[in-house]
Write a protein of this length. Structure first.
Length: 205
């Protein structure tokens, strides 16, 4: 009975997260209330507060569903010390992220919410700080990959791995933003992989 209760509670929690994602997508985060989410989820506001302290807490849980698997995949892809082609691993990580956006509706919706449906002010300023920390972590792992590439003679001697990592990070964040905005897929979505490959070719010696 206890196990069933825990399973039911988790199902309710996941249902609330799904409902929040749909409402955030339509209304934007700042214009969404817990009441809106409760109606979409078919639960009471009390049920939401049982699982989440506030809207920020709910948003963070939704964000983690996307970013925790991303970070795990990044570790598996970029932090392989015996890799014979670190530059190819960076390219693979970036391309796989785009492929995931193309194939996974929930991930695509979350990126849209984070990039164009959320104002990072007030209580959400903490979310912005955490997003920047995540971005810094990705940059650091890219730098490690570029450092291995330089050790293997894949980069020009004058290339600085730290600068290359910043450059790639900024390029990819910009590409993701334009990818999200390009809902018709006529400008960036259909060229994203091509643009990544062109960016990475410029890294090679």
């Amino acid at each position: 009975m206890v196990r069933k209760t825990k399973e039911d509670a988790e199902l309710t929690r996941q249902g609330i997260i799904r409902a929040a994602r749909e409402v955030f997508l339509v209304r934007g985060v700042s214009r969404t209330t817990m009441e809106h989410i409760a109606i979409q989820a078919g639960v009471t506001r009390g049920a939401i507060y049982w699982h989440f302290n506030n809207k920020t807490d709910l948003f963070q849980a939704m964000r983690e569903q996307v970013f925790l698997p991303l970070i795990d995949r990044m570790d598996d892809t970029l932090l392989v010390e015996d890799s014979e082609n670190p530059i190819a691993r960076i390219e693979n990580f970036l391309c796989k992220t785009i492929q995931m956006l193309n194939e996974n509706t929930e991930t695509r919706k979350m990126y849209e919410i984070m990039m164009i449906k959320c104002e990072y002010v007030g209580e959400f300023s903490t979310v912005l700080r955490q997003t920047l920390l995540t971005s810094s972590g990705i940059e650091e792992k890219m730098q490690l990959a570029y450092e291995r590439a330089k050790e293997q003679g894949q980069l020009q001697p004058s290339h600085d791995p730290a600068q290359l990592a910043i450059d790639t990070q900024l390029f990819f964040v910009g590409l993701l933003l334009m990818w999200v905005r390009d809902s018709e897929g006529s400008h960036f979505r259909n060229r994203a992989i091509e643009l990544i490959k062109a960016h990475m070719r410029l890294r090679h010696r």
